[in-house]
Design a protein around this ligand. Sequence first.
Ligand SMILES: [Zn+2]
Length: 471
Amino acid sequence: MKRIGFGGIATESCTFSPAVTALADFTLLRGAALAESGRYPFLSDMAGQFLPLLHARALPGAPVAAHTYQNIKTEFLTRLQAALPLDGVYLDLHGAMNVAGMDDAEGDWAESVRQIVGPDCLISASMDLHGNISERFVAAIDMLTAYRTAPHVDVLETRAKACRMLMHCLAEGRRPQITRLPVPVLLPGERTSTEYEPAAAIYAALKASDQRPEILDASIFVGYVWADEPRASATVIVTGFDEVVCWQEARRLGQLYWDARHQFQFGVPAGTADECIQQALAAPEDGIFISDSGDNPTAGGAGDIPYMTERLLANGVPSAIVASIVDPGAVIRCIIAGLGGAVALSIGGNLDPLHGERLSIRGQVIRLKEDDPVGGNIAVVQVDGVKVILTERRKPFHYISDFDQLDLDALAHKIVAVKVGYLVPDLKAAARRAFMALTPGAVNQDIPALNYRRVNRPLYPLDPAMEWQPG
Ligand SMILES: [Zn+2]
């Protein structure tokens, strides 16, 4: 039976964030805990001996501290060494990690793995389509696949495909090759959701690649826009057995993406925070969601900029929820004040003082929740018409149940301001209407205004008049 080691590291690092991602921000799964984690339910149906090594994942955020990365990598490589000999390795990665002082962390990771397993072992990887893919990374592995949906609803299928390709190649005794075509376009996920055109049609074009027998996988990486690194761009990756055919498909897909570059738009009406608030107030419905997109923690924002809270209060919104502001000190003060207690707080602006500043509020503690598995202790403070959710740790609000657990009826409020980009499926289904507020933060949607210094130029939309031909 073939022996396959598996594991990896997954986070998305915003290089415009002044914060740092440390070891405590990672969830580590080792050995049996990794095998039983539910990340790989398909492995039991595969005819290999899968050896769980280590997987580390963190919410998107700031660059990873160098010593944190080295600690995790050292443990992974030690476990990999102990698992030898191996016929194959499956790497479960994100693809947009930045380590302080090091570009192309995934390239470093893959090269280190190759050095240990040797040249004959086959290495397969699966990634998020928001990964930035270097030649160095691709040269160290043998096959690569990525999500085909954003929001990502094909996570398990993608992991399973990476393992299936690996098992197929091991069974056939064949080594595929990877064709990599960078496309000089760098756009945010909010403009490239596969639920809207033109991305929906571009990703549908992958099906034609699947029909070609020489091709194992074709993937289009949108890339990760808030990374000021040379590798940051869209990339087409084709894994297969015939280099000519792989290049044909890569050029076809790359051309489609390039030709559509001017057409990528937000899926919902977008504007300043005040424009979105005023349009929501003028609408007849309750349950209107406004994305506080510049401080979206699942894109790498800090999650503690109180700008939307300030604008909702300034606009005198009669009924709103803010989800959420991470501020452990403010949560403690709410706990001390107790349920129903009056509080005067200065909230937010700690993790990202570069893009936000603290906001003074006075209100009443109306909810207290202990030990949320993600957010830690949580308090809700009523300030005029606005309920402000304060969390001890960074917590995305991606489900209506996140509000239900705080006994908050989200849809009964006029406005629900959430720190997300595009609305994730559960919120999208619930929202009676949605707007994208182009708010300040480390993941600001105004891409040409970002302070890029190190990306390869020319690059669209930083150089809007540039020309390009695939390969
Ligand atoms: Zn993603």
